[in-house]
Design a protein around this ligand. Structure first.
Ligand SMILES: CC(C)(COP(=O)(O)OP(=O)(O)OC[C@H]1O[C@@H](n2cnc3c(N)ncnc32)[C@H](O)[C@@H]1OP(=O)(O)O)[C@@H](O)C(=O)NCCC(=O)NCCS
Length: 144
């Protein structure tokens, strides 16, 4: 498995992976959004045997970088791929001199909450009815 920065030629595969992983309530990214983020933000992919097994997107436009999305294909879960993607993006954020990173996660997404806590994020507050279906979000934070 290799972790590398995504390029424009990954956009179609990233879009296909997004559709496998996220349903419409989770605001899946469009093909155009991936094309934009690959150029303007941090997108890393985990590649296994030439397939994109997972990706992470961090937004770097503001003072606090934000982990916008992370997803791993069902076929490849439970192999520490998400942890490695987080580690790679955090190292890049540290090298860019960010001091802190934030994210939002559905309060019913126990797997993701466990992943982020495991990595060192802590819950700062709850945003009520943050998602389209009324689900709350935890705002989680990590000092870098
Ligand atoms: C969340 C997700 C990215 C985890 O990917 P993954 O590569 O399988 O995760 P890892 O193997 O790196 O696991 C890392 C940690 O996450 C947590 N975790 C992963 N799978 C878990 C499960 N089934 N149950 C509970 N905790 C779990 C654990 O803390 C795990 O650490 P451990 O192995 O030391 O117990 C993946 O399940 C996914 O894509 N889910 C759908 C998309 C999503 O919800 N994204 C997050 C919101 S944007």
């Amino acid at each position: 498995m290799i972790i590398r920065k995504a390029t424009s030629s990954d956009v179609s595969k990233l879009f296909a992976l997004e559709q496998e992983i996220f349903t419409s309530e989770n605001f899946p990214l469009s093909r155009g959004s991936f094309a934009y983020h690959v150029k303007n933000n941090l997108v890393y992919v985990a590649e296994v045997d030439g397939n994109i097994a997972g990706y992470i997107l961090a937004l770097i436009k503001r003072a606090n970088a934000k982990i916008y999305s992370i997803g791993v294909s069902k076929l490849y879960r439970g192999r520490q791929i998400a942890l490695k993607l987080l580690e790679t993006v955090m190292n890049e954020l540290i090298s860019m001199d960010f001091k802190q990173t934030l994210l939002e996660v559905r309060t019913d997404n126990e797997v993701a909450i466990s992943l982020y806590k495991n990595f060192g994020f802590s819950i700062k507050k709850t945003a009520k009815a943050f998602y389209r279906d009324g689900c709350d979000a935890y705002i989680m934070e990590l000092s870098l």
